[in-house]
Design a protein around this ligand. Structure first.
Ligand code: GNR
Ligand code: NI
Length: 175
């Protein structure tokens, strides 16, 4: 019988785990499936439309995404996702990140992406996406490579966002 899901605290910048390259998962065990379910519960609770394992302090190549509507959820659980194609066409979307609380910026990325990944049964899946799902997939795979959305914007905007988050952090941890 599967264990109940649990909510896991989300790691924020400047935690160094967010800058590490996450390790490929070599066997999809019940523990991995439990982690994916806990990640989904944590993502919905936040709420967010995606979550990568480094954000819950696990340096493994696991991602959950749901860009569906509230009344039509569309949950993807991905193990070892890999980009296999990116469109020439770019598009700009407003992004946020649960690890960079309360900050957003416009990010330009390829408009369409194709990926390959293993689902929770170990079956290889391929997926081609555009729109918000394409941006979210690229944002989550970036997390597995230690990359954050602020790395895709100007240094001025990045420094502004980083400074705001650090200030908030100081104020909420002040003794
Ligand atoms: O909740 C999230 N919203 C979002 C909006 C645009 C592009 C990407 C995202 S992912 C983000 C959740 C998160 O931090 N995932 O890593
Ligand atoms: Ni993020």
């Amino acid at each position: 019988m599967p264990a109940a899901t649990k909510l896991i605290p989300i790691v924020k910048i400047p935690d160094p785990i967010l800058r590490q390259i996450a390790k490929p998962v070599d066997e999809i065990t019940d523990g991995v499936r439990q982690l994916l379910d806990d990640m989904a519960a944590t993502m919905y609770d936040a709420p967010g439309i995606g979550l990568a394992a480094p954000q819950i302090n696990v340096s493994q190549r696991l991602v959950v995404i749901d860009c569906g509507k509230d009344d039509a959820p569309e949950l993807y659980k991905m193990v070892n996702p890999e980009i296999i194609a990116l469109s020439e066409e770019q598009s700009v979307l407003e992004e946020g990140c649960l690890s960079i609380p309360d900050q957003t910026a416009e990010v330009k990325r390829p408009a369409e992406v194709s990926i390959r990944y293993l689902d929770e049964t170990g079956t290889t899946q391929t997926l081609t996406a555009g729109g918000l799902l394409a941006a979210c997939i690229q944002h989550e795979i970036d997390h597995l490579n230690g990359v954050l959305f602020i790395d895709h914007i100007s240094r001025l905007k990045r420094d502004m966002i980083t400074r705001r988050v650090m200030k908030e952090l100081r104020q909420t941890t002040a003794s």
